[in-house]
Write a protein that binds this ligand. Structure first.
Ligand SMILES: [Zn+2]
Length: 411
């Protein structure tokens, strides 16, 4: 029959497998391709590769393959079970699919490629897949990618937390800052969230870690102290996290002052929130000029803002001595500012100063994490409607792990 040979060719079915028959169900919009194997074929144990006698055959199974024209194409076969003297009775491997998948490897690969371009719900609708099927394909891809990872040195690490839903559950995310990829995701932001990561590293990987950039967050610090030698030299409080702490204090000052001003009919601070939080480099020249009136004013908010900007100068120093001097000068100014939020942050920074200054030695920030973060925002966005927690974790690895996700048998 022509169609048997045709399908054998286009599906890439090779010996000992062959196409036995093809059934076209027009109404259901399906093509069913039934596969069979030579009766004298030899089979191998999937564990050890040893050639083994056949024990029996499994009931017929079905794999979804790439569509033929507009028809869903299904491969059907009854798989032999090999009887290995060492591993017992095991289902043999097939060249068109990975074990336990109900899709062929080529189909999974197409879904994986589409998931890089479109949201999970768009892919599900387009490929006529359910939520669970899309999640299953992503999850298998991630498991495969994680298993293929080599134990490479991760010299600069960034630890970050992300809210799964605003203000709800958190995940801890560990980034390889040099390769710009997520290497670990765990639930919560507790010490044990990070502890789990160290356990995955080899002894030599542990010894090669030079920097852990993070927010000032005691549970993470404790984890680093418990697992890494010489932790005091390795913890670097991330510049962007410090900036965001100070920004939050500036915003508290602005909110209170805005309220007081508005009560007197003064609307100068209305709608200015993001001007105070934006990095000066991110203003266009004309915006910066427009902002001059406010930032040079005698408003409390302007003083808080100046304090924040002066604190950030510390990261421009080359050596620890002058940086410490700058901090002492700044600390005196901040603690005499009569701005409570700024005084609080100044005290916090003073108590954490040694691990802020470690930056000067390593020059590492979580900047690489920023591009990962924007990707994670995309993940959150494209996973809408698929938002359970496990799916979120899987999607982070899938999109930000730089993993080799391809299913191996691609014939
Ligand atoms: Zn075996």
């Amino acid at each position: 029959m022509q169609d048997r040979q045709l399908y054998q060719q286009i599906l890439g079915i090779t010996s000992p497998w062959s196409v036995e028959r093809v059934e076209l169900a027009l109404k259901a919009g399906e093509v069913r391709v039934f596969l069979t194997h030579a009766s004298d074929a030899s089979w191998c144990c999937p564990e050890c590769g040893r050639e083994c006698p056949v024990h029996d055959h499994q009931p017929e199974r079905v794999w979804r393959h790439l569509d033929t024209c507009q028809y869903q194409t299904l491969l059907c076969a009854s798989l032999p079970r090999a009887d290995c003297p060492e591993h017992g009775v095991k289902v043999v491997r097939v060249p068109w699919a990975e074990p336990h998948s109900r899709f062929t490897a080529l189909f999974e690969r197409l879904v994986i490629d589409w998931l890089h371009e479109a949201s999970q719900s768009a892919v599900a609708a387009q490929m006529e897949l359910s939520w669970h099927e899309v999640h299953g394909i992503m999850d298998r891809a991630v498991q495969r990618g994680l298993a293929r990872r080599q134990a490479e040195p991760i010299v600069h690490l960034g630890v970050d937390e992300k809210a799964f839903r605003k203000g709800h559950r958190y995940v801890t995310i560990v980034n390889d800052l040099n390769r710009g990829r997520v290497v670990y995701v765990a639930a919560d932001r507790k010490q044990k969230s990070l502890d789990g990561f160290w356990g995955q590293l080899t002894a030599s990987q542990l010894a090669q870690v030079e920097v852990v950039a993070m927010d000032m967050w005691e549970p993470y610090e404790q984890s680093v102290r418990d697992y890494l030698p010489d932790p005091a030299q390795k913890i670097v409080y991330d510049k962007y996290h410090v900036a965001s702490h100070l920004g939050e204090a500036v915003d508290r000052v602005r909110r209170a002052e805005n309220k007081a001003l508005q009560a007197k009919g003064d609307g100068r601070l209305v709608g200015t929130k993001y001007d105070w939080l934006r990095h000066p480099d991110n203003f266009a020249a004309d915006q910066w000029r427009d902002f001059a009136g406010l930032r040079n004013s005698n408003l409390k908010t302007a003083r808080a803002w100046a304090l924040k900007e002066q604190a950030m100068v510390m990261w421009d120093y080359r050596y620890e001595g002058p940086a410490r001097k700058h901090f002492d000068w700044w600390y005196r100014w901040a603690t005499h500012s009569r701005l409570k939020p700024m005084i609080e942050k100044a005290k916090m920074l003073a108590s954490r100063l040694p691990n802020i200054l470690t930056y000067l030695k390593h020059r590492v920030t979580n900047a690489a994490s920023e591009s990962i973060n924007s990707k994670i925002q995309w993940v959150k966005y494209t996973a809408r409607g698929f938002r359970n927690f496990d799916n979120f974790v899987t999607a982070i690895y899938f999109h930000c792990g730089k993993l080799d996700l391809t299913p191996l048998p691609t014939k």
